[in-house]
Design a protein around this ligand. Structure first.
Ligand code: MG
Length: 395
């Protein structure tokens, strides 16, 4: 792709239109936008992006209006990723694009949904949300007359595909190559990966405290929270609880972002990078925390795992979500006649393309695309005998 119009102040190791590996279906260059702005705009106008509003991050969407959803999570990731990208002279538009696309493939009900679908698809390709995000932008969005999916640039797709098994990587051509050769993604993709980690570790604390699942006292066990808590309490001894949590968390985010930028910048300076590929050809991530911050984030993650993600109230929700998805999958697979016409057409198309397994993949795509509330309503329509009136049966 040609550079056309692009950002100023880009470092030679930043991705750009000029060094881009292009799109699967060549297109004329955008006129007043960068290549990655075009990618971002396509994502914002996609159906999958709008559905993020009603998908779980940790808490099911209808539990409360203040909790993070996948949409607000993605926006927080984008905000952090852009700060990092700007400071490191990376392509801010690309960082934003990857951030808002990184969770597009998540099934309803967060990780519980992914695990349930993965079990349903065992032996026939499994289900993995990263790979599904790529399916969404490459195939499932039906919007354009000239190509399937959104036809995003290589760099956006590279960033979306954060993990991949060797088996899947072999089927993905150029995009899967780095998993086989143990190379890295672009620096913009690395920045998004770290921004994701910073965003969820911090907002899960906020949501967990708001939901009453974890307390400030418990959080003092972790160095990251304790240090910032001390600073805030010293400065504002009479602060309200709501402001306290926010003042502590905003400092934690800031501390992590500054550490990440400083550490990454000094690594970049030592490495003498002249092209985005120089960053890809390293043994590990260049964008990363200092050793000390790595230890502290690990401690925080372990705290959240023990006290929040494994909390019995979260677990109940997880178990219920798994039951809903298992039941839906089984009902559709056993009787394709109850699928809405578009979903059935999709299954038949995939059957033609990939044989019998195509049906299961089509059902998995249909379920993965559901929002939390759509999955619950669909479950009610199919299994609740009180919902026998015809109007209730139409999806
Ligand atoms: Mg995420």
């Amino acid at each position: 792709m040609s550079n056309g119009y692009d950002l100023r102040n880009l470092a030679p190791y930043a991705c750009s239109g000029a060094t881009s590996k292009g799109r699967l279906y060549p297109e004329p260059d955008p006129v007043h936008r960068t290549q990655y702005q075009r990618d971002r705009d396509r994502i914002i106008h996609s159906s999958a992006f709008r559905r993020l509003e009603y998908k779980t991050q940790v808490f099911v969407n209808h539990e409360g209006d203040l909790f993070r959803t996948r949409l607000t999570h993605s926006l927080e990731v984008s905000q952090i990723a852009r700060s990092i990208a700007r400071k490191l002279n990376l392509h801010e538009d690309l960082a934003e694009t990857i951030a808002i696309a990184h969770d597009l493939g998540h099934a309803p009900f967060g990780h519980a949904g992914q695990d349930a679908l993965n079990r349903c698809m065992k032996g026939i390709g499994g289900f993995e949300h990263n790979l599904q995000s790529l399916r969404v932008v490459d195939e499932l969005e039906e919007k354009y007359a000239e190509f399937p999916g959104l036809n995003l640039s290589f760099e956006s797709r590279e960033g979306i595909l954060k993990h991949c098994s060797n088996k899947d990587a072999k089927k993905l051509g150029d995009l899967g190559q780095r998993f086989l050769t143990k190379n890295q993604p672009s620096l913009e993709a690395q920045a998004c990966d770290k921004a994701d980690e910073i965003a969820y570790n911090n907002h899960d604390i906020d949501d967990g405290v708001r939901y009453g699942l974890i307390t400030t006292e418990q959080l003092l066990e972790t160095q990251l929270f304790r240090e910032q808590h001390e600073i805030v309490m010293q400065k504002y001894p009479n602060i309200s609880h709501t402001c306290l949590i926010h003042e502590v968390i905003r400092r934690m985010i800031s501390r992590m972002v500054v550490d990440l930028i400083d550490t990454s910048r000094s690594r970049i300076e030592k490495l003498d990078l002249h092209h985005p590929d120089d960053a890809r050809n390293q043994d590990g991530y260049i964008v990363s925390f200092s050793e000390d911050m790595k230890k502290q984030t690990l401690e925080l993650k372990q705290f959240l795992m023990t006290n929040l993600y494994r909390h019995y109230r979260v677990q109940r929700m997880t178990t219920k979500a798994e039951k809903v998805l298992n039941a839906l999958f089984e009902a559709f697979i056993n009787d394709l006649r109850i699928l809405p016409p578009d979903a059935l057409k999709h299954c038949n198309r995939l059957k033609e393309k990939m044989g019998e397994n195509g049906i299961a993949r089509g059902v998995s795509d249909y379920i993965a695309g559901m929002t939390d509330r759509y999955a619950i309503v669909e479950y009610e329509r199919i299994f609740n005998p009180r919902q026998l009136s015809f109007a209730n049966l139409i999806p």
